[in-house]
Design a protein around this ligand. Structure first.
Ligand code: ACO
Length: 324
């Protein structure tokens, strides 16, 4: 059977742009170091009146407009975030209220940078069961609120933003790799790698929000291996080779991770959507944000074969193959 179909995409970014040069005024770093090691040139940082839910709501509204459907037709909202507005209730329920979607199901998913892949797989599975006809899948973050702004090894890497996708339940017709829809998803987790990337606080441990801590070079090495492996896994499951992909939309952590992963798989660099220079790493928001950018600028078109992939704290990682 065909998978859930992408009807529309949307994204939202905080108003304020912070360049590398601006960061270098308060942290011992430089534009040259950040660009050479990561490819990042700027990031958007949320102001006091911008939160994960306001960014998520703006991205969701843009996705609904792009899809040409009413908020009232959404029966399921799955929102991926590591920076919820409140510890509870789920930020998804705030988005539901802001959009005026009555009834239905709304909850958050926590898988950090791979959160959007986890949310997409969850929504696709629930739509296949008939739980709802349409879903909003959102990745939204205000990572700036959990950064240690005195730690130059982490604070230069992240930014804030949101991206959203409207998904429609499978039609029930026979699928095949040319039919629009999600063709396959693989998710993984390895809790043994907790200490390489985590937040040193939380309600049940320190009763504080905490700050991001990371052993960057080790994360880098795991990322290239895990992402290349999971991409291969999804391609093999679908009887495809890397050269049959039209686009790869990766999690935007570091331009060098994107280059190394594409090289490992023999994917042409021009097929990889790269937005890290403008947004930095927006965690769960980065894949839907990049997907929206590449659809709106005309690169990704209806009928294209697109691979989404991401890895994040946990570790968690995954990839999803979609016929647009
Ligand atoms: N400005 C200037 N110098 C810096 C900075 C900075 N912002 N940060 C670190 N340095 C210094 C270090 O102190 C070190 O100095 P030393 O040699 O005197 O000790 C030197 O630069 C090199 O540091 P490394 O950590 O070895 O640099 P590396 O080339 O590995 O780059 C980076 C670091 C960018 C963090 C890289 O390892 C990386 O991108 N890792 C992946 C992490 C990531 O993307 N995490 C996001 C979540 S997971 C995911 O999304 C996949």
């Amino acid at each position: 059977m065909s998978g859930s179909r992408v009807l529309g995409t949307g994204s939202a970014l905080p108003r304020r742009v912070v360049t590398n040069a601006e960061l270098a005024e308060t942290v011992d770093t430089s534009d040259e170091w950040i660009v050479a090691r990561t490819g990042i040139r700027q990031r958007h940082i949320a102001s006091a009146d911008e939160t994960t839910s306001t960014l998520a709501t703006a991205a969701a509204r843009a996705a609904l407009a792009d899809a040409g459907v009413e908020a009232s037709s959404i029966g399921l909202i799955v929102l991926a975030t590591a920076t919820p507005d409140n510890t509870f209730p789920a930020t998804a329920t705030k988005v539901q209220a802001a959009l005026g979607c009555q009834g239905g199901v709304a909850f958050d998913v926590a898988a950090v940078c791979s959160g959007f892949l986890y949310a997409l797989a969850t929504a696709d599975s629930l739509l296949r069961t008939g739980m709802a006809k349409r879903a909003l899948v959102i990745g939204a973050e205000t990572f700036s609120r959990i950064l240690d702004w005195e730690d130059r090894t982490t604070c230069v890497l992240f930014g804030d933003g949101a991206g959203a996708v409207v998904l429609e339940a499978p039609s029930g017709e026979a699928g095949g790799k040319d039919a629009p829809g999600i063709l396959g998803t693989k998710l993984h987790a390895d809790g043994d790698q907790h200490d390489l990337l985590y937040v040193d606080g939380g309600p049940s441990t320190t009763q504080t929000v905490g700050h991001v801590r990371m052993r960057g070079p080790e994360v880098f090495r795991h990322a290239v291996v895990n992402l290349a492996d999971v991409l291969k896994e999804v391609l093999e499951d679908n009887g495809l080779t890397p050269d049959e992909l039209d686009w790869v939309v990766p999690h935007q952590a570091n331009a060098r991770i994107l280059d190394a992963t594409a090289r490992k798989l023999g994917i042409a660099p021009e097929k990889v959507v790269v937005t890290v220079q403008d947004h930095a790493n927006t965690s769960a928001a980065s894949v839907p944000l990049a997907l929206d950018v590449a659809r709106k600028d005309g690169r990704i078109k209806a009928g294209d074969l697109v691979m989404l992939e991401a890895m994040g704290g946990g570790f968690t990682w995954g990839a999803s193959l979609i016929r647009m």
